[in-house]
Design a binder for this molecule. Sequence first.
Ligand code: ADP
Length: 484
Amino acid sequence: METSVKVRTQMYIDGQWTEACSDAKSTILNPATGEVVAEVAYGGAQEAQQAVEAAYQAFPAWANSTADERAAILRQIYHLIIDKADRLAEIMTLEQGKPFEEAKGEVLWGAEFMLWYAEEARRVYGEIIPPSGHRQRLLVQRQPIGVVGAITPWNFPSSMITRKLAPALAAGCTVVVKPAPETPLSAIALFEIFEQAGLPRGVANLVLGDAQEIGSVLVSSEKVRKISFTGSTQVGKYLMEQSAKTVKKVSLELGGHAPYIVFNDADLDLAVDGLMINKFQNNGQTCICANRIFVHSEVADAFTVKLVEKVKGLKVGNGLDPANQVGPLIHQQALEKVMEHVQDAVSKGAVIVAGGQPLTEGEYARGNFYQPTVLCGVTPDMKVYREETFGPVAPIIVFNTDEEVVQMANDTPYGLAAYLYTRDLARTMRVSNELEYGMVGINASTLGYVQAPFGGIKQSGMGREGGRHGLEDYLEYKFLNLNF
Ligand code: ADP
């Protein structure tokens, strides 16, 4: 499990690799071993201001480049990411913990956004509208919105950056990225590629360090015209509120509390296999993973037996060992939250049918490991029913009628992803129509596709990433009334 990956540890501002003005550093720990992976530059307001200024200066030339010129660079970034996918994946496993193959899958998926938006950049069409007068033309053209502040989380350290940057750069925007403090190395490795691909200086900048200081510069600067954020609902609300002062556009991809509904006519094997990917990928640390598994009473026992058998077979451990399917949680706090949620559920009557304990012995001793867990008898008074656990816990709730399950599924302030398993077409259409969610998986447990709009409603956020819809978020309309 030895690794020899060498990574830079600086920020990237105005085309220069830069230390923090204060020389401050932050320590990046491997969540599987507790070992120090790197010491990276730790900046704040000053570096954020420099990055905003660089992006602001770079904007006019980038905005006025042709779509083909921008597409050529995005394509080059795509190819370089593919070439270096192993390196990027290893860096990700070291700092984030997810198994190497899963990390590589994320890197490759993240690269696809570059290719998709390289193509989509060429299709930013305007309109000609029938005029009200003679010798008049009403034209609508699309323009890039300006400098974008992109704030990203640690659960998908590579693809959350490319999913924002690809459409932003394709549209002609310039960007300041602030990645999560837990996973700066994946961001740095991407920026090495951006530099190599020939992205002009200042077009994409990377700032590391104090989230509040950097965030406050990004939201308050009049030079920043848009904030794109993926992270917690709490921070998202704060950023939206602060952005109001300069009337910035905001795109928010926030928390979820996905219902996973298994009806009595479902293909149970398909539903179990889907849940295994959906729930245990990234160790349950995704905003679209199933948090409440609603199973019809007639199939609840059969479903649970199948699920428990598979969950007990999962191999947990260091993600650099190819035998392991589930890695550690990101940090001690995350582990404590999972423990608290399970203890709370058990104290209120839930029954642990798989897992239910942290792993602390031998190879697990210095990492943040928790057994993949299934809980039965979950009720609405439990934390697992109300809050995002963000861990490898599958809480099962039994239901009887369609009306009842739709009501329970919608009984949350969140509205990101929902899933339903049924063979009944009428039920599929009725229930997916009634679910108050931005995305619904129907006999399907994956939702992230470069060509489709990913995002939530209610307190799960606003705006969409992916597809042609993802480009819209980075474009303004300009109306021209032309008389001749
Ligand atoms: P999580 O709890 O999953 O870490 P957060 O919402 O705290 O989710 O973090 C997501 C991203 O938001 C990270 O890059 C984090 O550093 C950043 N962040 C946290 N607080 C602020 C803030 N006040 N201003 C700007 N960014 C912030």
